[in-house]
Design a protein around this ligand. Structure first.
Ligand code: MTE
Length: 317
């Protein structure tokens, strides 16, 4: 990904109110030695929020299904890609702090029988919120393990009833250049847009995330609602979505429009197909010193490889 902007480094203690930062640190310290529901309940943000967002908080010392520990809250919220703010990963959190996520609506339209516009509160109430610990693998060859809270995109799509002509799903990020300084850059065709094939969108792993670490999502990670498609490179996981549209044609995506030879529509994590500027054979897990081998489909091959049975993934990268 390109870096035409200046960097603005921000330390985590500058962007997180100190009491919140300290209580999170205390929680993480305690969580690494003690387990159990009482502690987890104690770390919930408030009874009201917990009731609204009724997902279990992360299990202490949580790992993904491969046994790898979740990254720290500080890493996950201070090392971000979010070009609407800046291309400097450590600068996003500071610049996104005042981004206004309330009120927020999500329009779901296009080739559906029941087009609807949902308030964000409707979505968190209507659809069962669950916790999913997923690996996030960026095309830049770094990765993290993140405990998301959210609901399946499939549950939302079923609600609007895609018609038989719907073959793809198009996603669009909010366009607010006054709040998102990066959107003033003429180098990118804003708003950020992404797409999935309908069967990928309906897959049970495909999540609309509304929370992180058992708390409501924060702006730098795509609050109030962002997509998470764990077997694809991170750029498919579009943040701050305001529009989801069902289409018959493969939608354009922002990165494909900019550099079609670098960013394909499918973008499945694949150690055998290199990006022109980054080998994809290995990756750097944030928080670790040594690189680790990249796993095909980011380790989710058993669940998703069948979606691509008839395709040449060297061509459809
Ligand atoms: N969504 C929008 N709207 N803008 C972005 O710049 N960056 C993508 C993706 N979603 C991006 C986006 C990329 S390249 C990655 S790797 C992930 O968000 C990073 O998600 P994280 O910051 O929550 O780790």
């Amino acid at each position: 990904m390109t870096h035409p902007f200046k960097s603005v480094p921000v330390r985590s203690y500058e962007i997180t109110p100190k009491d919140v930062y300290l209580s999170r640190r205390d929680f993480m310290k305690a969580a690494s030695v003690v387990g159990g529901a009482a502690l987890l309940a104690a770390c919930a943000p408030s009874a009201e929020e917990a009731a609204q967002n009724a997902a279990p908080a992360p299990v202490s010392g949580a790992t993904d299904e491969l046994g790898d520990a979740v990254n720290t809250y500080e890493d996950i919220t201070n090392y971000n890609n979010y070009y609407e703010f800046t291309t400097d990963k450590q600068g996003v959190a500071g610049l996104a702090q005042d981004f206004n996520t309330s009120p927020w609506t999500l329009e779901v339209s296009g080739l559906v029988n029941k087009p609807q516009t949902f308030g964000i509160e409707d979505l968190t109430k209507k659809f069962t919120q669950e916790e999913r610990i997923y690996r996030l693998r960026c095309v830049e060859a770094w990765s993290m393990v993140i405990p998301w809270t959210g609901f399946t995109l499939a549950s939302l799509l079923k609600e609007v009833e895609p018609t038989s002509d719907a073959k793809y799903v198009r996603f669009e990020t909010v366009y607010r250049p006054e709040e998102m300084p990066g959107q003033k850059s003429p180098f990118y065709p804003w708003p950020y847009q992404e797409g999935l094939r309908l069967d990928e969108a309906m897959h049970d792993l495909t999540l609309l995330a509304t929370g992180l670490y058992g708390e409501p999502n924060v702006t730098q990670n795509g609050a109030p609602i962002r997509l998470v498609v764990p077997w694809k490179y991170g750029f498919k996981s579009i943040k701050s979505i305001v529009k989801i549209e069902l289409t018959s044609e493969q939608p354009e995506t922002m990165w494909e429009t900019i550099a079609p030879n670098e960013y394909g529509f499918y973008a499945n994590v694949n150690p055998d197909v290199d990006h022109p500027r980054w080998s994809q054979a290995s990756e750097r897990r944030i928080g670790e010193l040594n690189r680790r081998p990249t796993i095909a489909f980011n380790g989710y091959g058993e669940q998703v490889a069948s979606l691509y049975e008839d395709m040449n993934l060297q061509v459809n990268y």
